[in-house]
Design a protein around this ligand. Structure first.
Ligand code: HH2
Length: 301
């Protein structure tokens, strides 16, 4: 044990465990790093890079080497204005990659989707987490597959004992950045997330399997995302682990004029600020620098 292992808990009272399919993460003393792997032609920062499954698997294993606790695989970009990908195509993209990673590493895998058919295929292939970027919504937010209010994805997560990330998104990716409006962004996002968590639990998902995510940049102007990040402690003390994803996001372009390849330092700084305020899972394209920055910051808690 190194001297740095004896760190006290974060200052904010937060959830202590996240249970994902037979694996319980202790999140009481350190934040988890979720590495992003987009197997899409058009994701905003790594689109096209990992279209070849062998390269995607290689990238996932490299992120595990760099210290990722889990890998989030996505087959549909949800960047503003992106087109809906049919479920069959999304499954064709993600399945060989999930299977390829699982054949070589026990790292828990997460499927980033808003579609029930994709969630089902990924969970049947062994994914440990369903990262539902629609927060269990149906209609256009859910990729147009399910009626509004459908709980199929929660039922699937429950049946497989999978972790369930519930993310807030106003509108759908096609239109969400046109003119997002809130009277009280923090209250509305908190209310939405609590309600989604309650519905998930009613559908059979264990309380300890759920994580919440304010969805930075999803139907939010920069001022909305900033307000949510400022209120991380409020969202993090809700009894579920809070996940935050800011890596490379356009927020840094809008606030600081930073181009895509200039956002690493700003992303790390905001990630650390969120973790010090109680976020327990961080989603990032940049695993090694994030792990190093987090461990250094946590050593001082
Ligand atoms: N952000 C993106 C995608 N999925 N899931 C969660 N839970 N939280 C996030 O903040 C989040 C997410 C967008 O980033 P990326 O996957 O890199 O882009 P794209 O949607 O273009 O594939």
């Amino acid at each position: 044990m190194s001297r740095l292992d004896a760190t006290p808990a974060p200052a904010v009272p937060v959830a202590e465990r996240w249970r994902v399919r037979g694996h319980t993460f202790d999140v009481s003393r350190r934040a988890l790093v979720m590495g992003v792997l987009n197997v899409t032609p058009d994701s905003f920062s790594d689109g096209g890079r990992y279209a070849d499954p062998a390269r995607a698997v290689e990238r996932a294993l490299a992120m595990v080497e760099e210290g990722a606790d889990l890998i989030d695989v996505g087959g549909e970009s949800t960047r503003p204005g992106s087109a809906v990908v049919p479920a069959e195509e999304e499954i064709r993209r993600v399945l060989p990659v999930l299977e390829g990673i699982a054949a070589q590493s026990p790292v828990p895998l997460s499927i980033d989707t808003r579609k029930t058919a994709v969630a089902r295929a990924a969970l049947e292939a062994g994914a440990a987490v369903l990262n539902d970027v629609s927060g269990l919504r149906g209609g256009t937010a859910g990729g147009g597959e399910d009626p509004p209010g459908a709980l199929e994805r929660a039922v699937l997560a429950a049946r497989h004992g999978a972790g369930l990330v519930l993310m807030h998104m106003q509108g759908d990716p096609q239109t969400m950045q046109k003119d997002p409006r809130y009277a009280d962004v923090v209250g509305e996002v908190r209310g939405f997330l609590y309600d989604a968590a309650r519905r998930a639990e009613e559908a059979g998902v264990a309380h300890e399997a759920i994580a919440l995510d304010p969805g930075i940049g999803f139907g939010k102007a920069a001022e909305h995302s900033v307000a949510l990040l400022r209120h991380t402690a409020d969202l993090a003390s809700c009894g579920y682990p809070l996940l935050v994803g800011v890596s490379r996001k356009s927020l840094f372009g809008k606030l600081f004029g930073l181009e895509l390849d200039e956002r690493l330092e700003a992303g790390l700084a905001v990630t650390i600020a969120c973790v010090l305020r109680g976020a327990r899972i961080v989603r990032t394209h940049e695993v090694r620098p994030t792990v190093r920055a987090l461990r250094a910051a946590e050593a001082l808690l």
